[in-house]
Design a protein around this ligand. Sequence first.
Ligand code: AMP
Ligand code: MG
Length: 410
Amino acid sequence: MRTDLVPAAEALSIILQGAAPAGEETVAIGEAAGRILSRDLTALRTQPPFPSSAMDGYAVRGADIASVPVKLVLIGESAAGSAFPGSVASGQAVRIFTGAPVPKGADTVVMQENTRAEPGSVTILVTAATGKSVRKAGLDFQRGDTLLSAGFVLDPQRLSLAASMNHASVPVWRKPFVAIASTGSELRLPGAEPGPDQIIASNGFGLAAIVRRSGGEVLDLGIVRDDRSALTAAFTRALERGADLLLTLGGASVGDHDLVLPVLRDLGATFHFSKIALRPGKPLLAGEIVHGGRTVRILGLAGNPVSSLVAGNVFVAPLVAAMAGRNSGRSHPVPAVLGCDLPANDERQDYLRASASRNREGQLEVTPFGVQDSSMLAALVRADVLLVRPAGAGPARAGDPCSVILLREI
Ligand code: AMP
Ligand code: MG
């Protein structure tokens, strides 16, 4: 295990090494929202399967309506789901509705508003170019077209397209199963009456939300005391339940009660590193443990709420997204300008909680809060962005370019 402060970018690439989904499964189209396609999907049919009307109106031959007004004999009706069986000859028209098959012989639909209906006939009042308001067969897609690619999230649009392609079920990646343990003898669940030396466990809820948003499923190990046997029992449960990733909160530092690393080592885990050059959140354990022939990843986050949520965004979200099979998932920093001067930074990459607004030039102007304590959740919620200050950055002036991670739309 490395003992230096690992630079943030290097830590992320070590964490992401070999991260991939554990397998595929098939789910019903009605259950597939938000899942990630594991294979490209090909259309099983052509849409529309026949030339169809884009309007309520009359199906005619374009040549018949070159000069208007012109009276045509009405020979029948074509509605969605019940086509006109015959064909349209010169001088004839068929009443037609949106989505209905355009009858043989007809090549044009005149919208209802441009006609006058009479018993047994219709007078076309406004001409229409041949082909107008007719959707050609295959306008949307052809049978055999590959329209959806592996790695994409089935969002509402893609889900609807998969259904239209006639897939009753779809192949998706298995969701990574992520066990989350909130470690600390001082912790109580929200709603409890904490004792004088206790606090409420908070960040496990935020981390579970990050895991789910990134495509993972959560196994909640709850609160675990800073006690070797309690930790051993909780971690063993995660392994036996088949977790793909064990995420621990708290107890990752070097204090006497920080037992996550030694307990996991006793269970056979190996670690890549335990500290990163990042603020907030210097302690970060990255490792793995083999259980029943399967490699289970381990990420141990600092317990301070802001530290763990920053690590959640910077490390957990991309790792879970990669394990979920998403071809995207990193929150890439976006360019901004500083709203104030900043002193030089030390050797740790800093994620400063900051307010942001658009200046007159439309740039995102960001100003970090004066107090940056890693325990302050209320301040994190007030922040619009995390201002990324690279390790070793020199002093900066108001107006200088910088980069930020957006915490909300601005
Ligand atoms: P640790 O990383 O265990 O040294 O914890 C650092 C600080 O974060 C301590 O003040 C803990 O009480 C606090 N803390 C640890 N875990 C949590 C949690 N799940 N929710 C809120 N605070 C926590
Ligand atoms: Mg602790």
